[in-house]
Design a protein around this ligand. Structure first.
Ligand code: M6R
Length: 594
């Protein structure tokens, strides 16, 4: 959450930073700001406000040359989104300008113990950092002052820092929050994500935790907190971000929903040789050698993980647990003797997952990351990683990453199974069936107008359909703001059914032969209490008045298909309410704070 970009060099800092912030806006978009050094006027200026990067662009003065600057796009953690709380923040005497991604857990203590005389202008934790650096700069060199400040900070930070007394330098440092150094011919960039570097840098360095960087011209020093040189790896930027335009689509979410058949086909080409699954030998070995899998994830990725558990247990017979990363990090259950930790994350940057990864690696357990971003922190830091090949997912609401994650989990589970199905054929069938739903999206839109008329809505299902309900309701709530939950259909009568009123929308997902009758009974129970019911079913279990009937696919793969109408339901519900579909309120695409 929050995106930072800093630049020093001979090119136009403003252009590089604004374009970087635009690409990082998925990390947070409630405020944006930039600090620039005017090479001719020899002055520093800050432009910042509540609102999007486009607004920042409109309030930034473009009339002067600038070769040094730092910028920020914010997802508020401390203090409401307003101009005062927007970054960059300054030190008390305005010597230091800083932008920050992360959360400083001990900022109150630092304020009350070390900065009692200082006057603060924002409600942020970040301002404390600027004040501390300035305080220490009276007694030591700037680099030492920053490193001393780092040694006092508890929590997560990626920082870009300008010292207004020395425009020949840009400083940066990090702990837990991601930060990369982009090396170009005409300057150096620091940024939260590779996306901000593409086009300006050919190589990059992923910075390690608790490292500090001093950049002057095209030269950089990477040190640890005590000033010792840190070894680093220079990597070539070989990612393709050409596919990040909406094209003919009104929204990225609509584009990404529509891309799901081709994502599944891409996965087939990447992971099959004929009918045979190709798995990295070490990944296969790690899976085979473990006595229990622990899937760690958040949000949509966790919902994919729940489907993954069914796949691992039912196809491969491996006991599997799924855990919410933020819970697992600080409340670990008793583990089996040979666990394998599987981290599922679209972005590969989710802080809750990284907290677990660091913890279990320190205990010597093996780790595997399944992610869409091969250059991400979780991909780099786990023992093994598997790429989902969904292509850049821009809409905050995750769609194609979910189906790609499940397809990959199916491939992993199949690789360990007795191969009783033809997986390639089954996945190809799913891709065709998804296309059939996409073709009927206008019909789904009419259903949305008819059924999604209330402030609330329930999804109900059993077994693997229940997991699809959890993801369906997450999609609906995050972009349409309709209050919705996914419920295990049989559990309703134990309390939740009390919420059913006349015309409460209840959507049932029914795809499993052995339990479809039970879900139907639960559906009748809510109908008898006035609910307006809508059924998403598959051909093998459908009834004549079901509103959305999907093709039959291999039953364990049904979430790959039943989620598609649910994604459209969410999309159209948000569209008709006039909401910002790709950037819903209060959310961010990459959740880099715990
Ligand atoms: O990047 P990750 O998959 O680790 O992100 C986890 C969640 O933040 C994410 O899935 C979130 O729930 C999505 N916005 C849901 O659409």
């Amino acid at each position: 959450m929050c995106g930072i970009v800093g630049y020093i060099g001979t090119e136009d800092a403003r252009e590089i930073i604004i374009s970087g912030l635009t690409r990082l806006e998925y990390r947070g978009y409630d405020s944006a700001g930039i600090a620039l050094y005017g090479s001719e006027s020899k002055t520093f200026n800050i432009y910042k406000d509540k609102g999007r990067v486009a607004h920042l662009e409109s309030i930034t003065d473009f009339s002067y040359k600038s070769c040094l600057g730092i910028g920020h796009t914010r997802w508020a953690t401390h203090g409401v989104p307003n101009q005062a709380n927007s970054h960059p923040h300054t030190s008390e005497e305005s010597r230091f300008f800083i932008v920050h991604n992360g959360v400083i857990d001990n900022y109150k203590e630092l304020k009350s113990e070390l900065l009692t005389e200082n006057k603060f202008y924002s409600d942020t934790d970040t301002e404390v950092i600027a004040h501390l650096i300035e305080k220490f700069s009276f007694e030591m060199n700037v680099d030492e002052a920053i490193r001393k400040t780092m040694s006092l900070l508890e929590g997560s930070y990626a920082l870009a820092i300008i010292d207004t007394k020395d425009e020949s330098k840009l400083y940066a440092c990090k702990n837990k929050s991601p930060l990369l150094l982009g090396i170009g011919d005409k300057g150096i960039i620091v940024a939260s994500d590779l996306m901000a570097l593409v086009g300006y840098s050919k190589e990059y360095i992923p910075l390690k935790d608790k490292t500090f960087v001093e950049i002057s011209g095209n030269d950089y020093k990477i040190l640890d907190i005590i000033g010792k040189v840190v070894k680093h790896e220079v990597k070539v930027i070989d990612v393709d971000y050409t596919n990040i335009e909406k094209g003919e689509y009104a929204h990225f979410m609509l584009k990404e929903i529509s891309e799901q058949p081709s994502v599944i086909r891409t996965i087939i080409t990447k992971y099959f040789d004929g009918e045979e699954v190709i798995l990295n030998g070490k990944v296969k070995e790690a899976l085979e050698e473990s006595d229990r899998l622990y899937i760690i994830a958040a949000g949509t990725s966790m919902n994919a993980g729940s489907v993954g558990r069914e796949l691992f247990e039912k196809m491969a017979g491996i006991p599997t647990e799924v855990h919410i990363a933020s819970e697992f990090a600080y409340n670990m259950p008793l583990l089996s003797k040979k666990p394998l930790f599987i981290f599922i994350s679209q972005s590969g940057e989710t802080a809750d997952l990284r907290a677990v990864l660091v913890n279990v690696k320190a205990k010597g357990y093996r780790t595997l990351t399944i992610t869409n971003v091969k250059t991400s922190t979780l991909a780099r830091e786990a023992d093994y990683f598997v790429e989902i090949h969904a292509g850049p997912e821009i809409a905050v609401a995750s769609t194609k990453a979910y189906t790609a994650q499940i397809a990959i989990l199916a491939i992993l589970a199949y690789g360990l199974s007795d191969k009783h199905i033809n997986l390639r054929k089954e996945l190809s069938k799913v891709a065709i069936s998804i296309e059939n739903v996409i073709d009927r999206r206008e019909y789904i839109e009419t259903l949305v107008k008819e059924y999604l008329t209330k402030r609330n809505c329930f999804y109900i299902g059993r077994g693997i359909d229940y997991y699809a309900c959890l993801e369906s309701s997450l999609k609906l709530k995050e972009i349409s703001y309709i209050q919705t939950e996914g419920f295990a259909a049989g559990e309703l009568k134990h309390g939740t059914i009390a919420l059913i009123e006349e015309d409460t929308p209840v959507i049932a997902i029914i795809s499993q032969r052995d339990i479809s009758k039970n879900t139907r009974s639960n559906l009748n129970e809510v109908k008898s209490r006035g609910a307006k019911t809508l059924v998403i079913s598959t051909k093998g279990v459908h009834e004549h008045d079901d509103q959305i009937v999907l093709d039959d696919v291999y039953e364990l793969f049904s979430p790959l298909l039943t989620i598609i109408p649910a994604q459209f339901i969410a999309y159209y519900a948000a569209l008709h309410r006039g909401y910002d579909i790709d950037k819903p309120r209060n959310l961010a695409k990459s959740v880099t704070v715990e």
